[in-house]
Design a protein around this ligand. Structure first.
Ligand SMILES: C[S@@+](CC[C@H](N)C(=O)[O-])C[C@H]1O[C@@H](n2cnc3c(N)ncnc32)[C@H](O)[C@@H]1O
Length: 187
């Protein structure tokens, strides 16, 4: 499907939003319900989790949603340069001590830059303070355009679209009283 997602899979010309490490796909499904004029693709390595999102997409006839079981590491094999408009990274594993596996490392950001359109957006939601601080530092080093950075999304920016939908892990952390950090940026 590389280069043909819109024409051959979705059969429309709408922009594509990716969610990396989407788990059960709540965020992808939530966005798809809100934005019928966009296409959504959730990516995760765990098939059993993806199944939940696939089933909901099928039950609700969300034809602008797809799920791919693969590692986010391979996105350049799946999408051609500029094919993606937006990327959400929702509660990624912080991968302490394993920078190369971290979904916001310079290695991954470079992969995202290559598949994103020129004004493409990236969003990160996390409960992990260290990952948030690490990502900010990486972005500042590469002089990325930081559009919004908050360590407490639900108290400081309740009106933000990012605060409208919760992932599975997010609801667990919110119930446990944790603060949710949010970053929106361009590379
Ligand atoms: C903490 S869970 C968060 C799941 C979901 N985003 C949520 O908030 O409920 C992290 C997810 O990332 C997936 N994951 C980890 N590394 C990945 C990679 N390199 N590529 C794709 N998915 C990955 C895991 O399988 C897991 O489902």
């Amino acid at each position: 499907m590389k280069g043909r997602w819109r024409a051959d899979f979705f059969r429309n010309h709408h922009p594509i939003t990716l969610e990396l490490g989407c788990g059960k796909g709540e965020y992808t499904i939530g966005l798809a319900r809100e934005y019928p004029e966009r296409n959504f693709i959730g990516i995760d390595i765990k098939g059993a989790r993806l199944w939940r999102g696939c089933k909901t997409a099928e039950e609700e006839h969300l034809h602008h949603v797809a799920f791919i079981r693969t590692r986010a590491d391979h996105i350049e094999r799946i999408f051609q340069p500029g094919e993606v408009s937006e990327i959400w990274i929702t509660f990624p594993d912080p991968q302490p001590g394993k920078e190369r596996k971290r979904l916001t490392s310079p290695l991954f950001l470079e992969r995202y830059r290559r598949i994103l359109s020129s004004r493409g957006l990236i969003h990160l939601k996390t409960d992990d303070r260290d990952l948030f601080a690490y990502t900010l530092e990486v972005l500042q080093k590469r002089k990325a355009e930081i559009l919004l950075a908050t360590e407490d999304l639900y108290h400081e920016y309740q009106e933000e679209p990012a605060a409208r939908i919760q992932t599975y892990y997010e609801s667990v952390w919110l119930e446990a009283g944790k603060k949710i950090s949010y970053l929106r940026f361009r590379l």
